[in-house]
Design a protein. Structure first.
Length: 220
């Protein structure tokens, strides 16, 4: 999924960061109501509305329970949003807050995915969360050894090719496209199919690839 930031999104960002901070400040006195610490992190991505229209966005802050986005798109409270974010992958939730220049969603993740996102946010916070240019540069790579296999839950094994990979997922070229939500093995790496592509599928890994092993020599 493209992570290009349109001029409209860039203009929204300044306003949204003010609105997002205000939203976070308003909730700061209600820490007991939050299940997770919120991390200020800027990740480029795209989100899809209920009508399947897609738009550019940038995160303002995140927790395993919710995300604040910078976007000029007029969403509706309670609307279901599916987001694809650099270095994190696919997340979904419902619009819980709307503020000038953006909105926030609330997520209810399964325990395993919640723990995985918490690990990713911890890593991003410890890394210092550099800006969008650096995030884009290091977001996805094409491994030198692109050949792999896609193993289905029924044991069927398909020849496949890794088109590109991030620490959280990969785009896989394969003749057969398992259903969205199917659990698969990419090589020896557990993953879930999150989207169909023209040439195959996009998968999300069960665990994020450690940054120290994430390079062009990676073998899944």
């Amino acid at each position: 999924m493209s992570a290009s930031i349109t001029g409209a999104t860039t203009r929204a960002e300044a306003s949204a960061f003010t609105g997002g901070v205000a939203w976070g400040s308003a909730e700061s006195g209600l820490v007991e109501r939050r299940r997770h610490q919120r991390v200020k992190v800027r990740l480029a991505g795209r989100f899809m509305r209920f009508n399947r229209e897609e738009f550019d966005c940038v995160t303002i802050d995140m927790s395993p329970g919710g995300i604040a986005f910078a976007s000029n798109v007029a969403v509706e409270r309670g609307e279901r949003i599916i987001a694809y974010l650099n270095q994190v992958g696919r997340l979904e939730g419902t619009v819980a807050r709307i503020f000038p220049g953006g909105f926030a969603i609330q997520m209810k993740l399964p325990p395993a995915k919640l723990d995985r996102l918490a690990d990713q946010l911890t890593w991003l916070a410890n890394r210092g969360s550099p800006g969008l240019t650096d995030d884009r540069k290091h977001d996805r790579i094409s491994p030198r050894n692109a050949r792999t296999t896609l193993k289905l839950a029924n044991g069927r094994e398909l020849l496949a090719k890794v088109m590109d990979v991030s620490m959280s997922g990969a785009a896989i070229a394969v003749d057969f496209r398992p259903a969205v939500g199917a659990r698969v093995l990419v090589g020896s790496t557990p993953a879930e199919v999150v989207r169909h592509l023209e040439f195959g599928v996009a998968v999300e890994f069960a665990r994020m690839i450690p940054p120290e092993t994430f390079d062009a020599d990676l073998i899944l």
